[in-house]
Structure formats: structure tokens, C-alpha cells
Design a protein around this ligand. Structure first.
Ligand SMILES: Cc1ncc(COP(=O)(O)O)c(C=O)c1O
Length: 434
């Protein structure tokens, strides 16, 4: 055993410094329990792939193997299959983006595109600006490149431009190097809110003025409920925006195909970084998706997904209204997530073991902040459980929250909270997104 090792890992002292950011989340062990069937999990963000008829994928696979088996089983281009890149242009056109085949780089899910962008731009000590809260695994990527995340507050309309201006001014005054602004403008993960068109324009303007690249991550934009979100930011700025897309939510995440659209010079470097990492993204799954897009009614399938998620969103919102009417939450108009705000003296992370004991799980708000924020928030996902399970899950959650409130009342150090104090905290302010 190495003198510098620890009991569990002989090679502990050999790791690169950047791996310090690669720590398993404190709630991971609980999530293993939460995946048991008797637990209603409102924690994960798994798409409901059962709404996709398997025969659509099977027949695309068969045709791929019959017609292009030799190509499908071979290494391919580091930029991705040209025909698929062309079809990706049709997908993006639905959100107002016009690009050329040459601008698109296919990646192993958009997660990998995020990793490649981080690898191209981040040195230790650099700053990434992101919404607060933001996508947990993007925060992990940025941390693994030893960058810091500076959060910008949101409200129901998404990132607040004035808050962005202030964050940039403060970072400049502190002499920090800002590399890019990471944003999920439509049906944000985890907050569920959507950046308005006016704000999209204002934020692009601020980024331009300050010479900050924008990374627009858009996995959920096509999963709207009543009307589409505003067009993508990339649709109006081709020089200042790297756009990330994926088939994970509109088709299936198991295929692991996403893409990046980037200004020309960045795109060249992305291809080189992609080759260095994986040589080429999977030829097989790219061709299967290409075949699916050519032969199946993929727009109709996205409509089916929308219907499924809308029904689940409705179930969650009405259950929250029924069981936790005094709390506040965001009202997503698409995507997978609701962001719940607890009374400010409750802690969602410390409450989680009790919730799991009551057979319901959620993701504590702190997972979505790099700076310890989100203590009295939680993300509730409505994408995977059936509407009945969602209603039951929220009922259980209400039991836990009300139980915590009663406990606090009994054991409050300053003596029992008065009815008035409870009311004051319990009727929480508008959803806390800051
Ligand atoms: C905001 C966001 N970005 C990226 C990803 C990664 O998606 P993919 O499956 O394309 O890697 C997710 C997955 O949940 C996500 O929510």
C-alpha cells in the first residue's frame, strides 16, 4: 500500500489535480435506494422511452444493417455522418436555426459536446457564467477543468439581464477571466423556466458587448406543451453562439447522439477534439437515427412525447396545488422539470432520507449550484413516472414536508414557532430562483 494512498484507493496520490472536482454527489447512495420500484422517483431526468414504439427503431436498425452494414460497423468521420448532419439541419430549422452541413459536429450525446467545449476553452481558474440553478452535470464538467461557476439569478422569464450585467462587472473588477456564458434558455434544467425573446436578445447584446461566447444548450426546446418557445439564440447570432442539440429527449438517450453547431474556427477545433476523444462518434447509431429520420414520422413522434409530458406536468401541478397549496413552484410550459421552493428554514438535502423512507425521491436544490445555493429548493421531474405515480409521489412528499414543519415547531430552539411565524415562512414567496 502506498504511503500517500488512502485505505480505499492505492493510487489516490497519483491523480491529476483536476480530478478533485470529480466527486460523487452526497446523495448518490440514496438514489440507489430510490431506484427501487416501490419508491416514486421524481429525482431523475429519464425520458419516457416507452412512448416510442420499439418497432420504429428495430426496423431502422434492420434497414441500416441490410443497406449500409459495412459503413455502420466501420469507423467514421470525426465530424459525423454527412447525411445525418444534413437531417440535423431540418431538426434545427424547427427552432429557427439555419446552418450549413459543414457547421455541425456530431457528438456522443450533447454531454460530450459540453465536455469538448470545456476542454477547448477552460484553463484552471477561468470563470463560466451560468444560470443559478444550472444543469448539474455541466457544473461537474466545468469543475473538472478547474473552472469556477458564477451564477446569475433567474425569475419566471429566465436569466435576469441586469443580474448578468452586475455579475460581469463584478468579475471584471476582480480581474477574473470569463470564458463563456452557459445557458439552457428553453424549459431550463432544473428550473423549468423559459428565457423570453426580449431577454434572449438583451443577453446576446450583453455577451457581444463584453466579448463573451455563449454556449446555448437546448435539449428540451421541441418538447413544448401549448406553443413553441422563442427561437434559439443561435438563430440570430452565428458568430457568438455555440449551439448544442441532442436526440436524447426527442428520440432516445441510449443511442447517445447529440451535436454542436459552432462558428467555423471553433468547429474545426471541436472536430479535432472529438477525434482525440473518440476517433469518431458511433457510425451505427448515427446511421440508425438517419434511417429513422428518413422513414418514420419523427415530427409525429415528438408530438406524442409532448402529449405524454404535458399530461404528467398537469398531474404534478394539480397534485402540488392539492397537497402543498402554500408552497410555490415554477410552471413549466415544456420539458421535464418543476422547481419547488420550501419555507426558508427547511433544508431539502437533510430532508431527503426521510422522503426516501416515505418512498418518494427528489433532487435537492444544492445539486444545481456551484456555491451552496438552493438549500430550500428541490427539482421535481415529471418525465418518467405515470400521472398516478406522480400524484402519489407528491402526496408522500407533502407528508414529509408537513412532518418536518411539525417537528421544527416542536423542537425549535427558540420554543415552538407561533402560528404566525409558521404562516409567514410557510406561505413562501414566489419561486426562489436566485
Ligand atoms: C441541460 C442538459 N444538457 C445536456 C444533457 C445531456 O444530454 P445527452 O443525453 O444528449 O448527453 C442533459 C441531459 O439531461 C441536460 O438536461
Amino acid at each position: 500500500m502506498s504511503v500517500n494512498g488512502n485505505n480505499l484507493d492505492r493510487w489516490y496520490s497519483h491523480y491529476a489535480e483536476r480530478t478533485a472536482g470529480l466527486t460523487a454527489s452526497e446523495v448518490r447512495a440514496l438514489f440507489a435506494v430510490a431506484s427501487r420500484p416501490e419508491v416514486v422517483s421524481l429525482a431523475g431526468g429519464m425520458p419516457f422511452v416507452s412512448a416510442l414504439p420499439p418497432e420504429l427503431v428495430t426496423s431502422a436498425m434492420e434497414r441500416t444493417m441490410m443497406n449500409r452494414g459495412g459503413v455502420a460497423l466501420q469507423y467514421g468521420s470525426g465530424q459525423g455522418v454527412p447525411l445525418l448532419r444534413e437531417q440535423i439541419l431540418d431538426v434545427m430549422a424547427l427552432e429557427g436555426i439555419s446552418a450549413s452541413v459543414d457547421d455541425v459536429v456530431v457528438t456522443t450525446g450533447s454531454q460530450h459536446a459540453l465536455e469538448l467545449v470545456a476542454k477547448l476553452f477552460l484553463d484552471p481558474g477561468d470563470v463560466v457564467i451560468a444560470e443559478g440553478p444550472s444543469y448539474v452535470t455541466a457544473l461537474v464538467v466545468f469543475r473538472s477543468f478547474q473552472a469556477e461557476v458564477s451564477h446569475v439569478a433567474m425569475d419566471e422569464q429566465g436569466m435576469i439581464p441586469q443580474a448578468l450585467r452586475e455579475t460581469i462587472a463584478n468579475l471584471k473588477a476582480a480581474g477574473r477571466r470569463m470564458k463563456f456564458l452557459y445557458t439552457i434558455p428553453s424549459f431550463q434544467n432544473p428550473a423549468g423556466v423559459t428565457l423570453s425573446w426580449t431577454r434572449r436578445m438583451e443577453i446576446l447584446e450583453i455577451a457581444r458587448e463584453n466579448d463573451i461566447l455563449v454556449v446555448e444548450d437546448n435539449p428540451y426546446g421541441l418538447l413544448y406543451f401549448d406553443s413553441p418557445p422563442p427561437h434559439a439564440m443561435r438563430s440570430v447570432d452565428q458568430d457568438g453562439v455555440i449551439y448544442l442539440g441532442t436526440f436524447s429527449k426527442t428520440l432516445a438517450p441510449g443511442l447517445r447522439v447529440g451535436w454542436a453547431v459552432a462558428p467555423h474556427a471553433i468547429r474545426e477545433k471541436l472536430v479535432l477534439a472529438n477525434e482525440a476523444a473518440v476517433l469518431s462518434p458511433s457510425s451505427f447509431t448515427q446511421l440508425v437515427i438517419s434511417e429513422y429520420l428518413s422513414s418514420a414520422d419523427w415530427r409525429g413522434q415528438i408530438d406524442i412525447f409532448r402529449g405524454v409530458y404535458q399530461e404528467r406536468r398537469d398531474a404534478m401541478l394539480s397534485a402540488l396545488q392539492e397537497h402543498l397549496p402554500k408552497l410555490s413552484w415554477t410552471v413549466p410550459t415544456g420539458g421535464f422539470y418543476v422547481w419547488l421552493t420550501l419555507p426558508n428554514y427547511l433544508d431539502s438535502k437533510s430532508m431527503l432520507p426521510r422522503a426516501v423512507k416515505e418512498l418518494v425521491a427528489y433532487t435537492p436544490g444544492t445539486a444545481f449550484y456551484a456555491d451552496g445555493g438552493g438549500r430550500c429548493n428541490m427539482r421535481l421531474s415529471f418525465c418518467y413516472p405515470s400521472p398516478d405515480f406522480i400524484r402519489e409521489g407528491i402526496r408522500r412528499l407533502a407528508t414529509v414536508i408537513n412532518g418536518e414543519l411539525e417537528l421544527l415547531q416542536e423542537f425549535s430552539q427558540t420554543g415552538p414557532l407561533t402560528r404566525r411565524e409558521i404562516e409567514r415562512h410557510y406561505i413562501s414567496p414566489p419561486p426562489n430562483l436566485g
